[in-house]
Design a protein around this ligand. Structure first.
Ligand SMILES: Cc1cc2nc3c(=O)[nH]c(=O)nc-3n(C[C@H](O)[C@H](O)[C@H](O)COP(=O)(O)OP(=O)(O)OC[C@H]3O[C@@H](n4cnc5c(N)ncnc54)[C@H](O)[C@@H]3O)c2cc1C
Length: 466
């Protein structure tokens, strides 16, 4: 009787750049020696290929993962090109017995799955989400479009399985790899990434972030809405590239704090799954309104768009958010809503222009969450805030006590008092002079008045409804 050595197994990584709690890796490691492959595929996602800020993150995440794999005696293989061709080629080079990957729900991931499965024996595993979106259905079998009933139903699949440790790994030899630097993922001519040093991409960085959040997680329900406090987890960029499994985050929180305090956070993790659910149901949601009848006539206003992008609208809370986004590739959730609302309502600019800017600037860019966030603010989504609810930026800024946040990101206003900093255009000449603020010179005047912007938005909405 001859005994055959086990055949090598190829683990194809996508936005799941980790070794712990990775079901595809655990299953593959059980079957034979493994090879790990990441394919940088810009072709399949097309217009929604990874944006510039997330490429920065990807570079550092892959470098960290490569170091981790090397420390265990293996090598992370890197290939650039269409996933189907690259996976098939590497599988051939290794003579792989099987290819294992996690299931993702972006339209491009579905296309990749179908194409790769034509070329190799592809086995997809769950683990990118808490739930299986296709399995959270109403009794009629229909999928949910509204969060609250979806979340109630999703409980049947929760809690997720406890996370798995990194399996014992033996590595397959061979397989050719690109050099990471040759992909040129980092900014070149103009280096805008200095402020990104607040982040530590990679699996170890994700675990550290989670550990420091656990120390304050009890206060999340209160602090999460206050941009001046560091009250949310800031795990989103790590979760977006799958450096930590969402199930590990779930269990860490549920184990650390009492259920009533954990619930608001676990619910936010639920929103991440729900965004994937909506994207799976409406693959065109990054480009088209969920409510098809939503056809607002937008303004074509490149100057206003540029002022918003640069954080020069004259509304401190909006400008602070947009500058935070530019500097560190991340923006506080409450401020994302305020800044997005200002663009689509006060400026009446197409939500897709804002969505695209976020896509390019966010280190946590996630196709489903970004589309859902923009459509929620716009009022065009299947689950969204009504269009006629127009956030007043100054009231929001005061209500969520954003003074310290504004001082951090709009330093030219730092010397204004708490009463004036939310609306410098309403401050007395004396207060402005004392703070060294010259409106129109050191800081812009509002590019549109609140009442005027609101009225214009509501008129456009009324015209759409006919
Ligand atoms: C216009 C707009 C665009 C957005 N674009 C993105 C995006 O591209 N990527 C992204 O991850 N989030 C996006 N969000 C949702 C939210 O702002 C971020 O997930 C959150 O600010 C991340 O910070 P955090 O990790 O500290 O969140 P926490 O409050 O600590 O939440 C924990 C985790 O839950 C998930 N989560 C929380 N809120 C949401 C939500 N509303 N939708 C989906 N998942 C959520 C995230 O994975 C987050 O890391 C967007 C929101 C808006 C209003």
């Amino acid at each position: 009787m001859s005994s055959h050595p086990p055949t090598p197994q190829l683990v194809w990584l996508r936005n799941d750049l980790r070794l712990a709690d990775h079901r595809a890796l655990s299953v593959a490691a059980h079957l034979g020696p493994v090879a790990l492959l990441y394919v940088f595929d810009e072709e399949t996602p097309g217009a929604w290929a990874m944006g510039a800020a997330q490429r920065w993150w990807l570079h550092h995440s892959l470098a960290a993962l490569a170091r981790e794999v090397a420390a265990r005696g293996g090598r992370l293989l890197l290939r650039r090109g269409r996933a189907a061709a690259m996976v098939a080629e590497v599988a051939r080079e290794l003579d792989a017995g099987g290819v294992h990957a996690l299931r993702h729900y972006e339209p491009w991931a579905r296309v990749q799955d179908a194409e790769v499965a034509l070329a190799v024996d592809l086995q997809l595993h769950d683990g990118a989400l808490l739930t299986r979106p296709e399995a959270v259905t109403q009794t009629s079998g229909e999928r949910y479009r509204i969060f609250t009933p979806w979340w109630k139903r999703a409980q049947a699949q929760l809690p997720p399985e406890p996370p798995r440790a990194v399996p014992e790994l033996t590595f397959a030899d061979g397989g050719s790899s690109d050099d990471l630097d040759s992909w040129r993922l980092l900014p070149r001519a103009l280096d805008w990434s200095a402020g990104f040093s607040v982040w530590t991409p990679g699996e170890a960085g994700a675990r550290e972030r989670l550990a420091s959040f656990l120390a304050v997680a009890r206060g999340y329900g209160e602090a999460r809405n206050l941009p001046s406090e560091d009250g949310s987890s800031r795990l989103s960029p790590h979760l977006a590239l799958g450096e930590i499994s969402v199930a590990s985050v779930w269990h860490a929180i549920a184990d650390a704090i009492p259920p009533a305090l954990a619930e608001p956070y676990l619910r936010e993790l639920g929103w991440r799954d729900f965004a994937a659910n909506l994207l799976d149901l409406f693959p065109d949601s990054p480009d088209a309104p969920g409510r098809r009848e939503f056809r607002l006539v937008h303004r074509d206003a490149p100057g206003d768009l540029a002022a918003w992008q640069r954080g020069r609208t004259g509304y401190p809370i909006v400008d602070a958010g947009m500058r935070q986004l530019w500097r560190i590739g991340w923006m506080h959730n409450r401020v994302r809503m305020i800044a997005a609302s200002f663009l689509v309502k006060h400026l009446l600019i197409d939500w897709r222009q804002g969505e695209r800017w976020f896509w390019d600037c966010l280190v946590d860019a996630d196709l489903g969450a970004n589309a859902m966030g923009w459509q929620w603010v716009m009022g065009s989504g299947v689950d969204s805030s009504p269009f006629h609810r127009v956030f007043a930026p100054v009231t929001q800024s005061e209500k969520f006590r954003a003074a310290a946040y504004i001082r951090q990101w709009v330093p030219e206003l730092a010397r204004l008092g708490d009463d004036d900093i939310h609306a410098p255009f309403e401050a007395s000449p004396l207060a402005l002079a004392a703070a060294g603020v010259r409106l129109g010179q050191t800081y812009p005047l509002p590019i549109v008045g609140h009442a005027e912007g609101r009225a214009r938005a509501l008129a456009a909405y009324a015209a759409m409804k006919g």
